[in-house]
Design a binder for this molecule. Structure first.
Ligand code: BEZ
Ligand code: FE
Length: 293
């Protein structure tokens, strides 16, 4: 690394001045986050020996992320996902629960929809004409101490066997392969569906350009999403992945980890079954913002 000596100031003096300018930030948490962010940004620019033209490219990229986003598309979420940041933040947030046997979280991604249809336990989330192998999903929501959580809201969404979410695919009816269930007195829920397929993340925006520049593949292994809301517990967002998918060990957004990789077992006929336990950490219930309507 080159030496950083400026005639008029030093990197240390410049950093100190910028940190001082942050000193009156009113919100203490915001002040802390800005302070840490500023320190890391300055260290990054020095370590990378960042040229002005390179800073310009980076800032233009951030502008493009914003311009590619709108009410139906959140390119910022995709950026956090492909850089592993979403997975890191979720695993870090859950670290105490994980030590106590909590279910591993996984990123929400950009496809969770507001107002997914309310369905009764045992109902299908796929329309009858959705092609593909049948999948029966059973599950139970529990607190970390093993107490079943009755009345929990379980949201699920998944791609079709063609690897498309309903909002990406004109051949599927609105809200196909999505549902909202409430757990019974044993904390249980169940539904019928079809086996999902893996799919590429959206590559029509700047994140697609970044993946191409990195010579990366774009695939997620087949999975089902769950978002569980239970009073007195932190919201759990997670996914269960098909361990037989060719990208099971190589998820483009780094979400397919550890215990979330599952064998979709034969149901003895021509379909498959999946049973999941969702172990929730007691805490404040803060429902995340839904990325699309
Ligand atoms: C998803 O699983 O729905 C997803 C996650 C990250 C990027 C794109 C899609
Ligand atoms: Fe997904």
């Amino acid at each position: 690394m080159c030496e950083h000596v400026f005639p008029s100031t030093s990197p240390e003096a410049l950093l100190a001045a910028v940190l001082k300018s942050n000193a009156n930030t009113g919100n203490p948490r915001l002040k802390e986050i800005l302070e840490i962010g500023i320190r890391h940004l300055h260290a990054f620019a020095l370590e990378a020996d960042l040229a002005p033209a390179e800073l310009e490219v980076g800032l233009d990229f951030l502008v493009a992320i914003g311009q590619a986003s709108g009410p139906k598309k959140h390119e910022g979420i995709l950026l956090a996902d492909i850089l592993g940041l979403a997975t890191l933040v979720q695993l870090n947030d859950a670290r105490h629960a994980l030590e106590a046997g909590g279910t591993e979280p996984a990123l929400i991604g950009p496809f969770w929809r507001a107002n997914q249809p309310e369905r009764k336990n045992g109902e299908r989330i796929s329309t009858d004409d959705t092609p593909g192998p049948r999948l029966t999903v059973t599950g139970q929501v529990l607190s970390l101490d093993g107490t079943p959580l009755a009345g929990a809201r379980v949201e699920t969404w998944q791609a079709s066997p063609k690897g498309l979410y309903e909002n990406q695919d004109e051949s599927q009816p609105r809200m196909n392969l999505r549902g909202r269930f409430v757990t019974d007195e044993n904390g249980s829920f169940s539904f019928e569906s079809v086996r999902p397929a893996g799919y590429p993340v959206p590559v029509d925006g700047p994140c697609g350009e970044l993946l191409a520049a990195q010579n990366r593949h774009t695939m997620r292994p087949a999975h089902l999403h769950f978002l569980v809301v239970a009073p007195g517990h932190k919201v759990l967002a997670t996914q269960f992945f098909d361990v037989d998918d060719p990208h099971a060990q190589d998820d483009v957004v780094f979400g397919a980890v550890g215990s979330l990789l599952r064998q979709f077992e034969s149901d003895g006929a021509s379909g498959f079954k999946l049973d999941v336990k969702l172990r929730m950490e007691p805490g404040e219930t803060r429902v995340p913002k839904c990325p699309i309507p």
